[in-house]
Design a binder for this molecule. Structure first.
Ligand code: XIL
Length: 355
């Protein structure tokens, strides 16, 4: 609950409003919960906190000079993910030479705004530095490189971040292991090793495996289910599964999302929607934006319905800084705020789901 200095009457009203009991005139009965009478409406973060969840956004260093942008970023969310600043190319650009500039900038900003941090990501096949991808490594050499990277980075952020996406995108669509430098050289055991090294370096951080296209049940999410079960049985320190949820209107809504979240919960794991966006083929129309809004509402509702789902993070909050147009030509408009930082139907649908 937001900690406000409420008078007794205000506190009572807040409790009644939070309980969904109208306290005022019929006009007020339809208003959204407020932190305090005559104040601005509760933020997404405050609404989520009432459910014991967080509501987060990714951000990236170049955007942080945009003060209109950072104002909303600092206000509306209680969890922050660095979109790029903690990736390997940024943090170990030369072998053994570490650079925390970008990651630290985002962690410091988040903490100044009383936000927590989902740290992202330690082991991935993408956005690796050239020295790593162009080198030839024996298994022993590469294992040492990986261990040093994980240990150094996790230690640096120890006590400062809520969680780590330890391994990102380890599986193919058919549920086989993705052929990466890690899998090719080290075999599937690199995942358990990475989790153990991360846990040694920061025993309090929640450790996740994270991937896209695992929102619905199917071969890829089944692969995570089987792996998670196996890792738990072996007492490997795994805390959660991150479902990126980079969704696209043209592929249909993942209707098995809630069931899928629930089966991971039953293994004793946390789950989170970690990189949500809902893209569409441009131009955006009112009909598509309305459809998008129902997806945002439903995916948030799915998380709230499953005890182990700890929160939702959108992959930046505004179309001004979305990664989609650069990577999916002709697609975009994927986020709840438009390029002018105005709220879209999706934003109001999120509020509705969290109310
Ligand atoms: C994206 C960033 O948002 C872009 O700025 C960058 O150019 C490419 O990576 N899955 C992930 C994220 O786990 O790290 C990716 O982020 C988006 C897909």
């Amino acid at each position: 609950m937001p900690r406000n200095r409420l008078g007794l009457a205000g506190a009572l009203a807040a409790v009644l409003i939070a309980a969904g009991i109208a306290t005022g005139t019929p006009a007020q009965a339809h208003e959204e919960p407020r932190t305090q009478a005559h104040e601005r409406p509760a933020t997404l973060a405050q609404l989520a906190e009432r459910h014991g969840r967080y509501f987060g956004s990714a951000t990236d260093n170049p955007e942080l000079t945009d003060t209109a942008y950072t104002k909303i970023l600092g206000r509306e969310f209680d969890m922050i993910t660095p979109g790029n600043g903690m990736k390997w190319y940024a943090t170990e650009p030369r072998q053994g030479v570490f650079d925390w500039t970008n990651g630290d900038q985002i962690v410091n900003l988040a903490h100044a705004n009383h936000q927590r941090v989902r740290a992202h990501t330690l082991v991935w096949h993408s956005q690796l530095p050239d020295w790593l991808t162009s080198g030839t490594w024996t298994a022993d050499e590469l294992r040492a490189v990986l261990k040093k990277h994980i240990t150094t980075e996790v230690r640096h952020y120890r006590g400062k971040v809520y969680s780590w996406d330890v391994v990102n995108e380890a599986f193919n669509e058919d549920g086989t292991y993705r052929d990466t430098i890690w899998y090719r050289t080290l075999g599937p055991g690199y995942i358990a090793d990475a989790l153990r090294w991360a846990h040694q370096a920061d025993p309090h951080a929640k450790l996740y495996l994270n991937d896209y296209n695992i929102e619905a049940t199917g071969p890829k999410s089944d692969a995570y289910y089987a792996l998670a079960k196996q890792l738990k049985a072996q007492h490997v320190p795994l805390d959660g599964i991150g479902l990126q949820a980079h969704l696209a209107l043209q592929y249909g809504y993942p209707t098995t999302l809630e069931d899928n979240l629930r089966r991971f919960s039953r293994l004793g794991l946390d789950t989170a929607l970690t990189e949500v966006d809902v893209r569409m083929q441009l131009p955006a129309t009112d009909a598509k934006l309305t459809e998008q809004a129902t997806w945002y509402r439903d995916l948030t509702g799915a998380c709230l319905a499953v005890r182990g789902c700890v929160g939702v993070t959108i992959w930046d909050y505004t179309d001004r800084y979305s990664w989609i147009p650069a990577v999916f030509p002709g697609e975009g408009a994927a986020l709840p705020w438009d390029e002018q930082l105005n709220t879209k139907p999706a934003y109001h649908a999120l509020r509705e789901a969290l109310r």
